[in-house]
Design a protein around this ligand. Structure first.
Ligand code: SAM
Length: 305
């Protein structure tokens, strides 16, 4: 394995770009954020201790309100590969020096593949791949030894509350798909690209399992996970139907039908795997007006250790 190398890593560069937008997320996400805040507040009220809270995928800190968290906890750990967005948000949110002194920003890469150099020159390495075996080897090397990959290990069993921002759909897959689409536009062999897509999908189970294990290890009492399950244009038939009756019962029914036809997506696969290692207490469906044109349907799940 290659050691830590943090100039600007591939995963950091990719996510920093995704976190850069002119869309006024902060104001557009107010209802979504209020719902997340309300659930976090009710969990905070029931905690035995309020020493430490950890946020996973904090990014621009726009899907949750930072100030109330800092009010309640001795220390709030904000983690993300894109630490610069976190620092920017703290200026924007005008934290006082005292509040700021209780926030710790930790730059973390959650999958471990950056350490393995998986994304280093990935486009060129795929371009050189002539057959399925070459692709298998590339993935094998990129993911080897990851069972032992640990993040935020200094906080093992320390976080009274952990909040995971929507992230499963952002872990590696989209970034590999972007490389595939570049190669596709160059006329790269379609059967090999299809194979890369297939192998990437299969790898997600390991990536999510490792991520969930690392998150679970940090939790002392409660874990709240937001996961985007559906994404579509705001005016699509799917979204219009969902918004007509956005009750938990109706969303469960829509999800059931969708699952029967298409199987797992990434957001629900992450939660499904998490349900195997943590005790699920409750779930709620939320609408997330993601950008100017599209919306997401998010499942917010609460777990106890
Ligand atoms: C959809 S955003 C969540 C919204 C975010 N809380 C906000 O308000 O901007 C997901 C976050 O996960 C981070 N992320 C994605 N992949 C990551 C990885 N492999 N390691 C660490 N952070 C990652 C991104 O940088 C991004 O900030």
């Amino acid at each position: 394995m290659i050691g830590h190398k943090y100039s600007m890593s591939n995963i950091e560069r990719f996510n920093k770009l995704l976190n850069t937008t002119s869309y006024d997320r902060y104001n557009s996400w107010v209802d979504f954020r209020n719902e997340i805040d309300a659930l976090l507040k009710s969990e905070i009220n029931g905690l035995k201790s309020k020493r430490t809270m950890v946020v996973i995928g904090a990014g621009r800190c726009e899907d949750f309100s930072l100030k109330p968290l800092v009010e309640h906890f001795g220390t709030v750990i904000l983690s993300d590969v894109d630490d610069k967005s976190i620092f920017k948000s703290m200026e924007y949110l005008r934290l006082t020096d005292e509040e700021r002194s209780r926030v710790q920003v930790v730059k973390v890469e959650y999958t471990g593949v950056e350490n393995n150099g998986f994304f280093d020159g990935l486009e060129d390495r795929l371009r050189e791949a002539r057959d399925f075996e070459a692709i298998d080897l590339l993935f094998k090397k990129g993911f080897e030894g990851l069972d032992d990959y640990r993040f935020l290990k200094e906080f093992s069993g320390e976080a009274d509350l952990v909040y995971v921002s929507p992230i499963y759909t952002q872990l590696i897959y989209q970034q590999i798909m972007l490389v595939c689409s570049k190669l596709r536009s160059e006329g790269f062999q379609e059967n090999l690209l299809k194979y890369v897509e297939h192998v990437s999908g299969e790898r997600l189970i390991d990536v999510f399992t490792l991520f969930n294990q690392n998150v679970g290890r940090i939790v002392k009492e409660r874990l709240v996970v937001a996961s985007d399950i559906f994404q579509d244009y705001s005016d699509s038939t799917f979204m219009e139907n969902a918004k007509k009756d956005f009750s938990d019962d109706n969303m469960e029914q829509i999800y059931k039908e969708y699952f029967e036809s298409y199987g797992f997506g990434m957001g629900d696969l992450g939660l499904y795997l998490l349900n195997e290692s943590m005790t699920l207490l409750k779930e709620k469906w939320l609408l997330w007006p993601f950008d100017e044109r599209s919306e997401m349907v998010v499942k917010l799940s609460t777990y106890k250790k």
